[in-house]
Design a protein around this ligand. Structure first.
Ligand SMILES: Cc1ncc(COP(=O)(O)O)c(C=O)c1O
Length: 395
């Protein structure tokens, strides 16, 4: 396929158009809750600010090794071994990327490798996951992710999809899951690993929200459960340390060929991540006090409870109680405007905009998002409390 055609196929996140509209309304002085997108309202940890300033004043501003500075790779190796219990061999199994987005792009690129391979992607999904598969010339094959079920991923459906198509080479999971807030439990994860092993598929685990879990539910990294060598774990600094604009993420895997390809892709696309950012990352991993996470989680919990309660008060929203992430996912009740047959989530988003509440229509998260709507609670607590009050006012 010609490059132009490929790029024309890419979908730019629908949430961006909603954000632009909200910013316009805000500029006019209207009260608006920025509950459409997922950017933590918190500041990055002080220790990270100090480390970045120090790197600048010590002139650590030159090219770094393509796969990242050894200090950061070692820090992530230590944390992912001790905290996530990944079975890695050494820091050579860690590659530094420009956020998890860049990690997804690199991993998909390494797997698809210009062979038009396909990757199993949940639906609903964070839009850019599917877009990245397309961007590297692959095809996303959607499988259903049902947050209302105890086992959101149906193994029978996956079996059928794989048996019908030998171009499928990988399965991506994302737990805690954007947009539904669902966390995959131990039994789910074990059966998914066994499935990937049986079919020789790569298991890509996007763990961008690993630190945001509620009610004592533990996030489990699938790569802590097995020595299967085709497991790839992706982490982000955007949500855990609120470093979304600083841009930092990484890939952890023992798979030699993926590591080799990914190093080349990172080297020849971004030529390494900003040195100052990487030094900030070392401090984020090694020096961030537990209190930083505790304080943020307490605030997220307050917001989660408020917005969930607000949604429960509306006869038109059937919410999933978020187990993790900072997203509330709701099914739109059939009794809401039965005259509207198509694009119902877009209509509801527009109605909530009139009430000063930002949201993301379920349709932007793929076919499985139709008839759903997502509210984010990563913006300020005041915004979330305002949104919670507005949710039941929809008619
Ligand atoms: C599921 C998921 N993965 C990855 C990312 C990207 O994170 P980063 O900012 O590290 O690129 C996001 C961002 O919202 C996300 O929701």
């Amino acid at each position: 396929m010609a490059e132009k055609e490929l790029i024309e196929q890419l979908k730019v996140g629908g949430i961006v158009s909603i954000r632009d509209y909200l910013l316009e309304q805000q500029a006019k002085g209207l009260k608006i809750a920025r509950t459409e997108s997922g950017d933590p309202s918190f500041a990055i940890p002080d220790n990270v600010k100090i480390a970045m300033n120090k790197a600048l004043s010590e002139d650590k501003t030159h090219y770094t090794a393509g796969a990242g500075i050894a200090e950061l790779r070692k820090a992530i190796f230590k944390r992912s071994t001790e905290h996530n219990q990944l079975h890695l061999n050494s820091f050579a199994n860690v590659i530094i990327t420009n956020g998890a987005m860049n990690a997804l792009f690199g991993v998909f690129h390494a797997i698809v490798d210009h062979k038009a391979y396909k990757i199993l992607v949940p639906t609903p999904t964070w839009t850019e996951t599917a877009t990245n598969v397309t961007e590297v010339g692959g095809t996303p094959v959607f499988y259903k992710f049902d947050p209302f079920s105890k086992t959101p991923i149906d193994l029978n459906e996956l079996e059928n999809l794989v048996c019908e198509d030998d171009k499928i080479k990988a399965l991506i999971i994302n737990s805690p899951h954007n947009p539904t807030g669902k966390i995959l439990d131990l039994a789910n994860l074990k059966s998914i690993i066994a499935f990937c092993q049986k079919h020789g598929l790569f298991l890509i685990s996007d763990e961008a929200y690993e630190q945001v879990t509620f009610d004592g539910i533990k996030h489990i990294s699938p790569a802590s459960l097995s020595d299967y060598d085709k497991m790839i774990t992706i982490f982000s600094f955007s949500k855990s340390y609120a470093m979304s604009g600083v841009r930092l993420g990484c890939v952890c895997t023992k798979h030699e060929s993926i590591l080799k390809k990914l190093s080349k892709i990172v080297r020849c696309s971004i030529n390494g991540v900003s040195s100052v950012t990487q030094w900030g990352g070392v401090s984020a991993v090694l020096e961030t006090p537990q209190s930083y996470f505790d304080v943020n989680l307490a605030e997220y919990t307050k917001r989660r409870n408020a917005i969930y309660e607000g949604a429960l008060k509306s006869p038109f929203l059937n919410p999933v109680k978020p187990e993790g992430t900072f997203y509330l996912w709701c099914k739109i009740d059939a009794n809401w405007r039965p005259d509207i047959k198509e694009n119902r989530s877009w209509y509801m988003t527009l109605e909530y905009l009139k009430l000063g509440v930002g949201s993301a229509p379920g349709e932007v998260f793929g076919p499985g998002g139709a008839n759903h709507i997502r509210f984010s609670f990563s913006c300020s607590t005041a915004d979330v409390l305002f949104a919670a009050e507005q949710l039941p006012k929809l008619v």
